[in-house]
Design a protein around this ligand. Structure first.
Ligand code: ZN
Length: 186
């Protein structure tokens, strides 16, 4: 098990759709373990494999003191929506109100290749949607209103972490920002 650097916005892996998992092998279980350890260290409420540079359809969460993981997820969304602030470990300190379905039924597999179904409302539903978006190369800023997106992009451009990232070019050695002051990053 090891803590991996979290990729920040601007890294191409975050906007690239991830591939389905085919082999439910030891390597996959190491990935789930690395994701979990990295999420707990951040700390965050969820983390998807592309956020540590692995383009596979795998994510983990830590909601209401319960750890979970899901592989190759498909989501069934409720029509009723929830509003609430959302953040992302790939966007240090950025938080915006993001509309999401209130309830989700997620189906997929666990790391042993057994089919599982996870049903959640509120924060768990939000996390399942946020993390599945990551697997499709979709980021939470893509879900904001036009005005909020504009203001989020301005905040990002002015942020220290993004400036440092720009200076370092497209290096794979993205450093983890020390500025995780919130506890609900995903
Ligand atoms: Zn995220």
């Amino acid at each position: 098990m090891s803590i991996q650097p979290i990729r920040l916005f601007g890294d191409p892996v975050l906007v690239t759709p991830s591939l389905p998992v085919v082999d439910f092998d030891k390597e996959l279980r190491v990935l789930v373990s690395d994701l979990t350890e990295t999420m707990l260290d951040a700390p965050g409420a969820g983390l998807a494999a592309p956020q540590i540079g692995v383009p596979l359809r795998v994510f983990v969460w830590d909601i209401d003191e319960a750890l979970g993981h899901l592989i190759n997820p498909t989501l069934d969304l409720s029509e009723d929506l929830q509003e609430g602030e959302e953040g992302c470990l790939s966007f240090p300190e950025l938080r915006y109100s993001t509309p999401r379905a209130f309830r989700v039924v997620a189906k997929g597999w666990n790391m042993y290749g057994e089919p599982i179904s996870v049903e959640g409302t509120e924060l768990l539903a939000r996390a399942l949607q946020h993390e599945t978006d990551h697997l499709d190369g979709v980021l939470f800023i893509d879900r904001l209103t036009k005005e909020d997106r504009k203001s989020a992009m301005k905040e990002i451009r002015e942020s220290e972490w993004f400036g440092l990232r720009q200076q370092s070019g497209l290096s794979a050695e993205i450093r983890v920002s020390p500025h995780y002051t919130f506890d609900k990053g995903l």
